[in-house]
Design a protein around this ligand. Structure first.
Ligand code: SF4
Length: 219
């Protein structure tokens, strides 16, 4: 992981930079706004620079955002944060998800980005993929170079590999949390109920920005 303060050897850094440059090129070609970040701290600064004060902000579940410690910066009162991480009842949680669909800004990570610039995400509740595709005025996606995969097949392989980790992290009782691999469950708590694919960012110009971290981030 490219945590702030953790040194990355120069050969590795060069490789990360190359992948980040390739990701940015392909994503720009697909109509996404792209921003380079050398590490998690730079990604956090970039995200904060993109968001004006007093706007409403929704959040998608994301280990990358957690690693950036963005939440503490969003909770300062400068923004109207729709804080899904507050302790609340399941019904209130759903209410936050719905509010986030109409937010000014929506921040999230991504599960996979293909070499053709397709952004692929799979959710338990679908709130993240729905907001990424339509609703919030602006969407900011933060992704490390470890999210880049060759094609759609590889994207789905990646998603199945990380879903057990996400299920465990979120306390979902799915069989993959016990075995560490997909057991093709068919449960309400499945992390794999909904998949969204963003093929390009052409429809609404400047709506989706991708901050590419030249390092590994998230699952
Ligand atoms: S389908 Fe179920 S078992 Fe498979 S990875 Fe997703 S949550 Fe885990």
């Amino acid at each position: 992981m490219n945590y702030e303060g953790v040194s990355v050897n120069s050969e590795k850094k060069e490789r990360y930079d190359e992948i980040a440059a390739r990701m940015m090129e392909v994503l720009s070609h697909k109509g996404f706004d792209t921003y380079y970040a050398a590490n998690l701290a730079a990604a956090r600064d970039q995200v904060l620079e993109l968001i004006p004060e007093n706007v409403s902000i929704g959040l998608g579940g994301s280990v990358t955002l957690e690693q950036m410690d963005i939440l503490s910066h969003l909770r300062t009162g400068k923004y109207r944060l729709i804080d899904r991480y507050r302790d609340c009842t399941p019904a209130q949680h759903i209410k936050y998800y719905k509010e986030a669909l109409a937010a000014d800004y929506f921040l999230t990570g991504a599960n996979a980005i293909t070499s053709k610039g397709e952004i692929v995400c799979t959710d338990c509740s679908g709130n993240r993929v729905a907001a990424m595709i339509f609703g919030p005025e602006k969407v900011i996606i933060v992704a490390g170079v470890n999210k880049m995969v060759e094609d759609m097949e590889a994207a789905f392989r990646r998603i199945k590999k990380i879903a057990p980790l996400n299920a465990k992290r979120n306390g979902h009782r799915t069989p993959c949390t016990l075995t560490g691999k997909c057991e093709n469950c068919n449960l309400p708590a499945s992390m794999c109920n909904y998949t969204g694919i963003i093929h390009n960012g052409m429809r609404f110009k400047n709506r989706i920005a991708v901050v590419v971290i030249a390092g590994e981030a998230g699952f």
